[in-house]
Structures are given as C-alpha cells and as structure tokens.
Design a protein around this ligand. Structure first.
Ligand SMILES: Nc1nc2c(ncn2[C@@H]2O[C@H](COP(=O)(O)OP(=O)(O)O)[C@@H](O)[C@H]2O)c(=O)[nH]1
Ligand SMILES: [Mg+2]
Length: 329
C-alpha cells in the first residue's frame, strides 16, 4: 500500500498520565477544522482510529465535568504505543504515514536503557521529538511536584542519549499540557515559559551546547487539549497529592486550542529534513512525493507554514529547518 511505503516517525516522550495520547486525540479532532481550504487530510490507520476515538471521547467527557480530581501518576501503563495517520490530499489515498510512537519514558529507564537500545531504530530516524509536560506539576508551589510527575532529569537523559547516537538534525517540541489556567494572561504565559527554562535546565543547557545547538531546534508549544478544564489546586491524600481541575463554565464545550500546532511545526521540520537531504532514503521519499503528488507537497507547505498566533508558542532555539525558505528545491 502506498501509504505504508514511507513513514515519518515522530517520537513522543513524557511520563504516563501527562497527556500524550490526549494530545493526539485533540490534534486529530482539531485538524479537520483548521486545514479549511488546505487540501490536506489525516486518516488514522490500523488500530489507531479506535484508540484515538476513545481518547477523544474521554476528553469530551472530561470537558463536560465540573470538578475533576486526578491522582498523581497512574501506574501500570508501561508500554510502547504507536499511532499511525495516513497523510494525503482530501478524498485521495494517503501517500505516507505519520507514525507517533509514545515511549512513556519510565519504560525506557526502568530497563536500564536496554529498551532504549531496542527501540533505537525508530528513535534514530525520528526528526521530531515531542516532550509532553504536565504544566500544573511544573508550576504549582514553585514546581514542588515537577520532579515526581514530569521526571525532567530522566527525560534529559533520554533526549541526550538520542542526540548522542548520531548527528542528525532534530526538533524538540516542548508541549505543556493542562495549561489552560496559565495561558489566560500574559503574566501566566510568561511564568510558564520561565518555569520551563528552570524546570528543564539540564536538558536546555545540553541542547544549547555549541556542539549540539546547530542541529537542534527547540520550540515551546502549549496545547490546551480540552480548552475548558482549568487547574485549581492540589490536595494531599493518603495516596499522594491529587490535582484538582474546575470547568470554566457549566456545559463548556470541548474546544481544544492549538492542538494542531505541534503538527504544523513537526511537519515543517520533518519535510525540510527530507527535502534538504542530499541523498539517501529521506531524499528518495521526498523526490517520490514531489513526482507523484506535487499538490500534496504544496498543501503540506501551506499547512505547515502558517505562522503561530498564540503568545504561548515560543522558539527557544531556532533552526534552519523551521523556515521554509527554499521551496524551489
Ligand atoms: N484535567 C485534565 N486532564 C487531562 C487533560 N488532558 C488529558 N487529561 C487526562 O489525563 C489522563 C492521562 O491522559 P493520557 O492522554 O492518557 O496520558 P498519557 O499517559 O501521557 O498518554 C487521562 O485521564 C486524561 O483524561 C487536560 O487537559 N486536563
Ligand atoms: Mg498514552
């Protein structure tokens, strides 16, 4: 099948319960509304439709609740999940597959890095890494729960290992979730960005090292997966701290905000990696795509080059692949 001929792998990192699957569900739901006149379509493939629908329904249900209490860190979900989306023009057969692989983080570490080795093939060729961040854990009480919930040092180790294995160009998308409350005001948004600098100090210091910096782009892209559920407080319970959320309004509609933005940045970077490669499999795929479906390449460029309007989106480290300045190639 054509759509399986080529796959662009995207790596998703972040501890269980942070909201990685929800981001994909919100992204898929939002995608159809934001492409508008762009001739671009995503088609979940294999077992993905079912799992994406479930996660989407769960988010929609969540949006309708008034008060939500979430226990700290769900456990026992240690697996690697894969979500496949065919990418093509509307009403056309998908031409390639966008494969999001969710590595859950803890899993990679528990086995002392052995698993990281085993899954390295996928990780190695992935030009885009999405790191999901639980924003209330990062923000509340000066990040008192940040280490426990976001495992920033572990995430740093994993990203470092990925970067050390080769000298490929990569985009790291830092995606704060459950951040509705902080994005309400400019001060809140600024505080969120500041706390990211602080909470991911080792990671950001490593990636800005002169040896690494030229090949790594970093962008903060906050995603509001519900758009309605606002973090309120933390309560200590015998089972550990419980994070409480309150709906903005009774019957507030499920309304993801910026959920398609990681896709815009990710596709832009990935397509440019493929486009600008001199030779090799990436270049081959791009040439094939351009030959067989030039309109799709145009649609991808159009979709991925929409400038971000939200103030929460910030480029922390720029990279040439974030700019579409050589379409003629
Ligand atoms: N309060 C709140 N909960 C969320 C939000 N997004 C996801 N969740 C919940 O957080 C839990 C974990 O989400 P999931 O996407 O499965 O996390 P994953 O383990 O990283 O894939 C689920 O119960 C979601 O319903 C959000 O924006 N606000
Ligand atoms: Mg998940």
């Amino acid at each position: 099948m054509t759509s399986e001929k080529y796959t662009i792998p995207i790596t998703m990192l972040g501890p269980t319960g942070v909201g990685k699957t929800s981001v994909l569900a919100a992204m898929y739901r939002k995608f159809a509304h934001t492409t508008g006149t762009t001739d671009l379509d995503l088609t979940p493939q294999g077992t993905t439709p079912d799992r994406i629908r479930k996660a989407g329904d769960q988010l929609a249900r969540l949006s309708r609740q008034v008060i939500i209490t979430e226990r700290v860190r769900p456990t026992g979900v240690n697996d690697i999940q894969q979500f496949d989306f065919g990418v093509g023009r509307k009403n056309k057969t998908p031409r390639f597959t966008l494969r999001f692989t969710d590595y859950s983080g803890e899993l990679l570490l528990e086995t002392g890095g052995a698993l990281l080795q085993r899954v390295s093939d996928q990780l190695d060729v992935s030009p885009v890494i999405i790191l999901a961040i639980d924003a209330p854990a990062l923000m509340y009480a000066d990040g008192a729960y940040h280490e426990e919930l976001n495992l920033p040092e572990q995430m740093y180790e994993i990203v470092k290992q990925i970067m050390q294995r080769d000298d490929r160009h990569r985009l790291l998308l830092l995606v704060p979730l459950k951040s509705e409350r902080y994005l309400e005001t400019p001060e809140g948004t600024r505080a969120l960005i500041d706390r990211i600098h602080d909470g991911y100090k080792s990671l950001l210091a490593h990636l800005s090292h002169p040896e690494v910096q030229p090949r790594v782009g970093i962008v903060v892209v906050p995603v509001q997966t519900t758009g309605t559920i606002r973090f309120s407080s933390v309560q200590d319970t015998p089972e550990g701290p419980a994070f409480r959320y309150v709906s903005r309004a009774l019957n507030a509609p499920f309304n993801p905000v910026d959920a398609e933005q990681p896709l815009r940045f990710g596709l832009r970077f990935a397509i440019n990696v493929y486009r600008r490669e001199r030779r090799g499999p990436f270049r081959k795929m791009f040439d094939w795509l351009k030959r067989t479906d030039p309109a799709l390449v145009k649609a991808l460029d159009a979709f991925s080059s929409v400038p971000p309007a939200s103030p929460g989106i910030q480029v922390l480290q720029s990279h040439p692949h974030l700019t579409n300045d050589d379409r003629s190639r």
